[in-house]
Design a protein around this ligand. Structure first.
Ligand code: TYM
Length: 328
C-alpha cells in the first residue's frame, strides 16, 4: 500500500479552507492509502501560543479529524510532539539545508515580517521539521492545499539531497492538491487565501461556526458589480463561492454556473450558506461529542503515537547510521 502523510497546526480555530483543502480529501484517501494524520503542535509553537489554549486546540483538531470521518481503524492519528523522531530527524536534515533556500520560503517571509525585530529561529527552520514529518514515514503522497506546495518542494529537495549525499534512503514524495478546494479565498478580499490568522472574522468561515454566523458571513462576502454568475478570475469572489460549492458537493464549476444562469448573487449566496451549514453541522455535533470523551481521544492518540513511533524510529535509525553516528 502507498503511504500518505499530512498535518494541520493547532494554532487557531480551523477554517473551511483547512477542511476543503485538506481534511475532506483525507477522508477519501484513507480508503486507498496507508495514512498518517498528525496534529502538528510543534509547528504551532513557532508563533507564541497560550499553553492552555494550545492544549485545548490540539484535542479539538484531533476531534475534528474524527468527526470529519477519519477512521482510526484505517488511519494513524497522532500528535507530533509524541514522536521525538521528528525533532531528531529535523536536526539531521538541518545540517544539509541551506540558509538561502529557507530564506526564500514565502510563508517565512510573511510570518517573519509580522514578527518584527525578534524572529524566532523556529519560524525559519519550520519547513525542515515539515520535511522530517513527511520523510520519516516513507510517504508517497502529501495531500495539502496549494499554499503548502513550496514547503513540499523543499521536502523533495531535502530527500534527494540526502539520498545523493549518502545512499537512497527516502522516497521523494508528491503533493496532492484538490481541484476545487486547493485554495479557498478570503471572503472579504478574494485575492488572499482564507486564513485562521486573519484579524477580520468575516473573512473566514470556521469549521465550528454556528449556522447563523455562517449565513451572516457568506451574505457579507465581497463579490463584484458584474451582476452575472460566471466562473472566471475576473470575478474572484463569485469564483470562490462556486469553488466552495464544488468542493463540497463534487459538482463541476461549469454545471454550477449553468444552474445559476440568470440568478442573482443573493440566491447564490444563500445556497452556498445552506450547503456549508449542511456539511458542517453534523461534524460540529460529533466534534462536541468527541471532546466530551477525553478518555477516548487519549486512547486514539496513544495508539497512534505507538504506531507512528515505530515507523518513524526505523527511518531515523537508518539516517543516523548513514551519517556515521554510532548505534547504541
Ligand atoms: P496549516 O495548518 O496552515 O493548514 C492545514 C492544511 O489546510 C490547508 N489550507 C487551505 N487549503 C485551501 N484553502 C485555504 N484557504 C487553506 N488554508 C489552509 C493547507 O494547505 C494545509 O494542507 N505546514 C503545514 C502543516 C504541516 C504539514 C506537515 C502538512 C506540518 N507538517 C507535513 C503536510 C505534511 C501548515 O502550516 O498547514
Amino acid at each position: 500500500k502507498k503511504i500518505i502523510f499530512s498535518g494541520i497546526q493547532p494554532s487557531g480555530e480551523l477554517t473551511l479552507g483547512n477542511y476543503l483543502g485538506a481534511i475532506k480529501n483525507w477522508v477519501k484517501l484513507q480508503e486507498e492509502y496507508e495514512s498518517y494524520f498528525c496534529v502538528v503542535d510543534l509547528h504551532a509553537i513557532t508563533v507564541r501560543q497560550v499553553p492552555k489554549d494550545l492544549r485545548a486546540r490540539t484535542l479539538q483538531v484531533l476531534a475534528i479529524y474524527l468527526a470529519s470521518g477519519i477512521d482510526p481503524e484505517k488511519a494513524t492519528l497522532f500528535i507530533q510532539s509524541h514522536v521525538p523522531a521528528h525533532c531528531e530527524a529535523q536536526w539531521l536534515l538541518n545540517c544539509s539545508t541551506y540558509m538561502g533556500e529557507l530564506s526564500r520560503m514565502t510563508q517565512f517571509k510573511d510570518k517573519s515580517q509580522k514578527a518584527g525585530e525578534s524572529i524566532p529561529v523556529g519560524l525559519f527552520t519550520y519547513p525542515v521539521l515539515m520535511a522530517a514529518d513527511i520523510l520519516l514515514y516513507n510517504t508517497d503522497l502529501v495531500p495539502v492545499g496549494k499554499d503548502q506546495m513550496q514547503h513540499l518542494e523543499l521536502s523533495r529537495d531535502l530527500a534527494e539531497r540526502f539520498n545523493n549525499l549518502y545512499s537512497p534512503t527516502f522516497k521523494v514524495p508528491d503533493g496532492y492538491i484538490p481541484k476545487e478546494g486547493a485554495k479557498i479565498m478570503n471572503l472579504q478580499d478574494p485575492a488572499k487565501k482564507m486564513s485562521k490568522s486573519d484579524e477580520n472574522a468575516n473573512s473566514y468561515i470556521l469549521i465550528m461556526d454556528p449556522p447563523d454566523v455562517i449565513r451572516k458571513k457568506i451574505s457579507r462576502a465581497v463579490t463584484d458589480t458584474v451582476g452575472e454568475i460566471n466562473y472566471t478570475d475576473e470575478q474572484p469572489g463569485i469564483k470562490n463561492l462556486i469553488n466552495i460549492i464544488s468542493a463540497i458537493t463534487g459538482e463541476s464549476p461549469e454545471s454550477i454556473v449553468e444552474k445559476y444562469n440568470g440568478c442573482g448573487y443573493a440566491q447564490l449566496k444563500s445556497d452556498v450558506a445552506e450547503i456549508i451549514v449542511k456539511e458542517l453541522q453534523p461534524i460540529q455535533a460529533k466534534v462536541n461529542e468527541y471532546l466530551s470523551d477525553k478518555a477516548y481521544l487519549e486512547e486514539i492518540y496513544k495508539k497512534g503515537a505507538d504506531k507512528a513511533n515505530y515507523a518513524a524510529t526505523k527511518t531515523l535509525r537508518k539516517m543516523q547510521k548513514k551519517i556515521g553516528l554510532i548505534p547504541r
